[in-house]
Structures are given as C-alpha cells and as structure tokens.
Ligand binder design. Structure first.
Ligand code: ZN
Length: 315
C-alpha cells in the first residue's frame, strides 16, 4: 500500500531513511535497524504511548457536501471557525495534505485531498477517514520525505505546543513541504478579549485550570508572537484572521466560564446549549458573520482564536 499514488513513503524519525514494509504489521529502517509496528494500517513511530493525549480527542467533522458547487459546499464556511473553508480556498483538489493533531479528522479533506493524518493517539487515528494514518509526535518528526506535500494544516493543535518546540515543528513543515507549499493553522491565542480578560483577572488560577491545564494548552501566545514565529521559521504570512473578539463565544468557551459560578452562569449555560441542535447552525452562522464583518475592525489582541495561512518562503 505504501508507495502507490495515494500514499507516501514514510521515513525513519532518526535518520530520515525510507522505511520498508516487512509485513502487514511491521516496517523497518534499513539504516538503524529500528522496527515500527503497524496496527490496521496505522504506522506508529512513537517511542511510547502518550498518556495525556491517547484517546483524549475523538472529534470528527463529518459534513460532506453533495458537490463542490457553492450552494452545496457553503456549510464548510460555518464549521470549525471556517477552517475547512480556508483550506478549500487555498489548496486545490487532489493536493497532498498533512494534518497535524488531526484527531479523527475532517471527512471532507479525506474526499478532496490525498491526506496523511498525524496524531499522538492511536484510538483517534482508528476512526480517521484519510488515506494514510501515522502515529507520531510532530514535535519530534513528521516522518515523510523532503518536499513531498502541498500543504500542512491543523486545527486546535498549535496551542498545545510549548513555544520552545514551535520552531522545531516549523522546520519539519518546511522540510516536508514543496517550494511554495502552504501551512494553514487554526489555534487559540493568549487574549485580551474583554469577556475572557475579566474572568482571567477575577480568578487567574481558575482561568489557568479551565483554559490551559485542562486541555494541555501550553502554547498560548499573542497573535503577533505566533506570526513572528512563523516568519522566523521561514514562512511568509499570506493571511491571518483574528476570531471571536466579542462577548459572543463558541459554546465550548461558555462551558469553561460556567465554572466561575457567578451571576452570569445562567447566561453561560444558555451559551453552552448553543452547541446543540436546534440552535447550533443558527448560532454558529451568527458567530461566523461577527467573525467576518465585525472582528476585522476590533483590536488584534481581542481575538481568542486565530486562523493563519502562510507560504513556505524560498530557501
Ligand atoms: Zn532509522
């Protein structure tokens, strides 16, 4: 299976030598002799399972448009803060795309692209509808050959990466991308959003528990600091959008704010309920309109989330 037009050859994280299939259950590096297990087609190059992430995120974006025509495809603009829509706009059909921290993925990407999904969790990868599934730590290595892919994409992955590891991941992205290849990342940022800032100051320890430690968000940084990291890593920023700058937030943020148990708790309970039908599409559509029409005129540091598109700069 590895090596045909749908999938890429994998390389050894230690020495970047191409791995050879020994059997359905094992791949091996001829250079260092290391053996890597394969479970149901999922190749694992992890040294040891990751206790925090294994099985932690099983979410999948299931929506599949009937066709690429705008009246069928538009719900992609609504989902995951517009992330699938942005990828669709910048990456042509049939391209080779890697998703980092993919969890159980975006079904649409599996149809439109030749996908490689990378995640720390074996259970998350089992439900992933991509052509190629690799259990790996992107902070260590993206086990693909040099210049092999058109885009590296991720949603809610980057804020899990400690700042000192970010440049190493960008070096790996640069290595596996073709010249002119893109990265498209959606991630939470360190924020001065008026609502969040208030709760951060009321009880900083509770904020840290709810927004950072609980999800392993050790990579919160200001939008401009993230942008400088991309530039320092050899990328040119094509587009960046600050999202969720107002009091209106994703239901997931209201779930976290309910822990404050203050006079707004009932409002936050209502906000949390917006994540479920029948309200989901209506509320999400309203949020996306705010993100598109209102957020661009508000201060950059009020964004709680950022969506960035970069191009691999020339060597
Ligand atoms: Zn090796």
């Amino acid at each position: 299976m590895i090596g045909d037009s749908l999938t890429l050859e994998l390389v050894c994280p230690r020495d970047h030598t191409r791995l050879e299939a020994v059997s359905d259950q094992e791949m091996r590096c001829a250079e260092c002799g290391r053996s890597y297990p394969v479970h149901n087609g999922i190749v694992s190059v992890l040294d040891a399972p990751n206790a925090f992430y294994e099985g932690a995120y099983l979410n999948q974006t299931r929506f599949l448009p009937k066709s690429e025509r705008i009246w069928h495809a538009w719900p992609l603009w609504l989902l995951v803060n517009g992330y699938p829509w942005m990828v669709r706009r910048h990456v042509p059909e049939g391209a080779r795309v890697v998703e980092l921290g993919c969890a159980s993925g975006v079904a649409y990407f599996g149809k439109r692209y030749r996908m490689v999904g990378c995640d720390l969790s074996m259970v998350s990868l089992k439900g992933l509808p991509y052509q190629q599934r690799v259990q790996c730590d992107a902070g260590d290595c993206i086990p693909l050959p040099d210049g092999a892919v058109d885009a590296v994409v991720s949603s809610y992955f980057w804020e899990h990466i400690p700042p000192q590891t970010k440049s190493r991941i960008l070096a790996e992205c640069r290595r596996v991308l073709k010249p002119g290849g893109k990265i498209i990342f959606l991630y939470d940022v360190e924020t001065d959003n008026p609502l969040i800032r208030h709760y951060k100051s009321v009880d900083p320890a509770l904020y840290k528990r709810q927004f950072i430690d609980g999800d392993g968000h050790y990579g919160y940084e200001r939008p401009r600091d993230n942008q400088s990291t991309f530039e320092a890593g050899g990328f040119r920023i094509i587009e960046h959008r600050g999202l969720e700058k107002t009091w209106f937030q994703s239901p997931a943020a209201y779930v976290k704010l309910r822990a404050y148990e203050d006079r707004l708790e009932r409002l936050f309970a209502l906000g949390s309920a917006m994540g479920r039908s029948p309200w989901f599409y209506l509320y999400t559509g309203f949020m996306r309109l705010l993100d598109t029409a209102v957020c661009p005129v508000l201060p950059e540091d009020w964004a709680r989330i950022e969506l960035v598109v970069c191009e691999r700069a020339a060597d």
